[in-house]
Design a protein around this ligand. Structure first.
Ligand SMILES: [Zn+2]
Length: 241
């Protein structure tokens, strides 16, 4: 998860904490997202990642190099980002954020990017963003399929992640862990996430709020699906009450 805070135009990029183990598809979205946010001069970037760099990560986690193997990803990421832009403040959080820690980070952020690979984290980050009314830039990439959306939870009428993907989607979770991901797809989706985060911070243009952007990388075709708030959503419906 990457969280961006707004003082001095800062954005918190929160790489979402990772799933337990064995998942080779994780972490690919946060690398390009963080690189572009740092290069763009976002004030404060918080990298939340409890994992260490493994050789198998390097094909898509372009924030790290062979020299980073065995090191905590948050610390390795901070070093890489500071080399690109020493003006940016990078806060490495080498932990799997949960409950209060996650809530506190989200509350202090201007924008949150979910770059995780598992539903437990996605739902935890979404709940925190709903609670603290923060815009959430959500990205996902599995095999050759990518998707991005903005859940702008400052707006009571905005759908949340849970409206779209209610909890208990066990089948998807298994597929994500087993199938892996086409490496350049993570670069494309993570870069779109950075673009949307920068637009949110700048208040510029029209974000992907209320729209799910879907990429079929095998056909290299994009399509957009309209999203609506689920009035019965157990996570965000109370906001409307
Ligand atoms: Zn909802």
């Amino acid at each position: 998860m990457i969280s961006l805070s707004h003082e001095r135009r800062s954005a918190s990029t929160v790489f979402a904490p990772h799933s337990a183990s064995g998942d080779r598809s994780r972490g690919g979205l946060g690398s390009p997202a963080a690189l572009y946010l740092a290069a763009a001069g976002v004030g404060t970037i918080t990298l939340a990642d409890g994992d260490t760099v493994d050789l198998t990560n390097l094909q898509r986690q372009i924030l790290h190099t062979t020299e980073s193997i065995g090191r905590p990803k948050a610390a390795s990421g901070r070093e890489a980002l500071e080399k690109i832009n020493p003006e940016v403040k990078v806060v490495p959080l080498q932990q799997r954020l949960q409950d209060e820690g996650l809530g506190a980070l989200v509350a202090s952020s201007s924008v949150v990017l979910d770059c995780s690979d598992n539903f437990a984290t996605r739902h935890a980050v979404n709940r925190a963003c709903v609670r603290h009314r923060k815009p959430l830039v959500s990205g996902a990439a599995v095999r050759f399929d990518g998707q991005v959306s903005v859940f702008d939870l400052r707006d009571d009428l905005s759908p949340c992640y849970h409206c779209l993907f209610p909890e208990n989607a066990d089948l998807e979770e298994v597929r994500c862990a087993v199938m892996g991901v086409f490496a350049p797809l993570t670069g494309i989706i993570g870069t779109v996430q950075a673009a949307e985060a920068l637009k949110l911070l700048a208040g510029a243009g029209e974000t992907l709020k209320g729209r799910l952007l879907i990429l079929d990388a095998l056909a290299m075709q994009w399509r957009t699906v309209k999203l609506v708030k689920d009035p019965a959503c157990t996570v965000c419906s109370r906001v409307m009450a």
